[in-house]
Design a protein around this ligand. Structure first.
Ligand code: FAD
Length: 299
């Protein structure tokens, strides 16, 4: 095998498309649990705006199937060993694959958020990124569940989509006095009482109820979940990691370990499907180049 791709989301699939068209032999190992599986629609992907995540993958796999070098495996990669030219990946089903290059495209995963009722609305009327889902909730009364510096940034951004939103910090806000004054100056109501529950009907949020008895009616929620790397495997090979859980890569997806690439959410803090696909495309092209040059030079 030329390349093993771990993860079959937009990043891994676009890499597979590029490699397949370059006549490389590739296996895409994917356990099929993308972060956006809770959503009905993916927005902002040119020519695919509003498509469901599962339909996106179906079309992608159908198109890639035209290239016989690409093989899809529904399985979970559980270990990886070796070095440039001779990697070995073993799956949960106990099958081992060998390849010359390796691409980690395993995305990120949400850590559980302990808010009663949030799971009922996540992906339907509660979202994480205004670029992805802000348009659908424009001008609506929203609740933003955030705290700290990252939360303040999201609060400032959300003003681009609606001027009617309330911040619930669900406990201490972790802001400085200046930051609190800034929010007050912009007339953003802020509550720090813990959230008791989110009430909804058929996935559509109706109100957020706080422990102190406050009730905040709203049509949508944005929140900032804590994230972890979709796979720990890059670390086991010695890949340099960022504090965010992303793999450190250069502009073409190359990690600090020879022959090992990473793309998509796994390798950036900007989590968007089209960005992930673009990173996969670049990594696919770079791996192709490395493979071809190595073969050329060995003759
Ligand atoms: C609620 C929500 C809504 C979103 N809406 C949008 C939107 O509207 N527009 C947009 O552009 N972006 C949106 N995003 C972001 C988008 O989903 C991601 O940026 C994109 O899916 C990243 O693609 P990826 O290929 O890097 O990772 P993913 O799509 O997450 O795919 C990674 C794959 O790797 C698999 N995997 C992980 N570990 C292993 C392993 N060990 N072995 C085998 N397989 C493994 C996973 O199961 C998964 O299938 C949204 C995200 C969320 C959470």
């Amino acid at each position: 095998m030329d390349v093993i791709i771990i993860g079959g989301g937009p990043a891994g699939l676009n890499a597979a498309l590029v490699l397949g068209r370059a006549r490389r032999n590739v296996v895409v190992i994917d356990e099929g649990r993308p972060r956006n599986r809770v959503t009905r629609e993916t927005h902002g992907f040119l020519s695919r705006d509003g498509i469901s995540p599962s339909e996106f993958r179906r079309i992608a796999k159908e198109q890639i199937s035209a290239y016989p070098g690409v093989q899809f495996v529904e399985d979970s990669a559980v270990s990886v060993t070796g070095s440039d030219g001779q990697f070995q990946v073993t799956t949960a089903q106990g099958i081992s694959y060998r390849s010359r290059k390796l691409l980690f495209a395993a995305g990120m995963k949400d850590l559980p958020v302990d808010i009663n009722g949030l799971a009922d609305v996540y992906g339907k009327s509660a979202f994480v990124c205004p670029f992805c889902d802000g348009w659908e909730l424009r001008d609506q009364p929203l609740v933003l569940i955030v705290k700290g510096a990252r939360g303040l940034h999201l609060a400032k951004m959300l003003a681009g989509w609606t001027d009617s939103y309330t911040i619930c910090t669900n406990g201490p806000d972790e802001w400085t006095d200046e930051e609190r004054e800034e929010l007050a100056r912009h007339n953003v109501p802020t509550y720090d009482s813990p959230i008791e529950r989110i009430e909804s009907s058929e996935g559509l949020v109706e109100r957020v109820v706080l422990m102190d008895g406050s009730i905040i009616p709203c049509k949508g929620i944005f929140f900032a979940p804590k994230l972890a790397a979709g796979s720990e495997l890059p670390q086991t090979l010695g890949c340099e990691m960022k504090e965010s859980g992303a793999v450190v890569v250069d502009a073409f997806g190359k990690t600090n370990i020879a022959g090992v690439y990473s793309a998509g959410d796994a390798a950036t803090e900007m989590h968007q499907a089209i960005a992930a696909a673009a990173m996969g495309s670049l990594a696919g092209a770079m791996m192709t180049g490395e493979l071809l040059m190595e073969t050329w030079n060995s003759r």
